[in-house]
Design a protein around this ligand. Structure first.
Ligand code: DAT
Ligand code: MG
Length: 155
């Protein structure tokens, strides 16, 4: 059984609603993820710009940057077999209206407001998970955690 780590983020639109935040936390637990770390935080605009730098030419960049630094977020380091793809599957497609048509039971279909205010983030590969975990949890060492026999639970 090989554990993989991923970074999951509950975005400001969902954190603003305590019941949605709680439902998403429950969903993480129900899907057999280990919560390795959990952190509530607010981004400065510059954090938002840096995290989404790859999109800086896209039409939605300003809107995205603005939104992601508009209020509190909750970040998780999650562990599971195939954590990256499993969390992406639970989230559903990026675009909320596509999610509604193709996968109505996903998080983005159920709670997303618009294509930008789409409730959650999830790393898209093991490599980006490592980079994004370092971005949100600079004090955390993936290497160290993976080498330990017993993962530590800190919900
Ligand atoms: P994902 O979050 O599914 O990995 P992404 O990396 O392509 O999607 O884009 C990052 C975020 O940017 C996404 O969660 C919401 C916003 N975004 C992406 N495409 C968009 C679009 N066509 N219109 C508005 N916002 C968009
Ligand atoms: Mg992405």
């Amino acid at each position: 059984r090989v554990l993989q780590l991923t970074l999951a983020v509950i975005k400001p639109d969902a954190v603003a609603h305590p019941l949605i935040l709680e439902a998403l936390h429950q969903k993480i637990l129900e899907n057999n993820f280990i919560i390795v770390r959990k952190k509530d935080l607010i981004w400065r605009r510059s954090d938002s710009e840096r995290f989404y730098a790859e999109h800086n030419e896209r039409f939605f960049y300003q809107r995205l940057v603005e939104f992601m630094s508009s209020g509190p977020m909750r970040a998780y380091i999650l562990a599971r077999e195939d954590a990256v793809s499993h969390w992406r599957e639970l989230m559903g497609p990026t675009k909320v209206f596509r999610a509604l048509y193709t996968s109505p039971r996903t998080i983005r279909a159920q709670y997303g407001l618009t294509d930008t205010r789409n409730t959650t983030h999830g790393s898209d590969s093991s490599e980006s998970a490592e980079r994004e975990i370092a971005f949100f949890f600079p004090e955390f060492s993936v290497q160290h955690w993976l080498e330990m026999d017993e993962p530590c639970f800190r919900a």
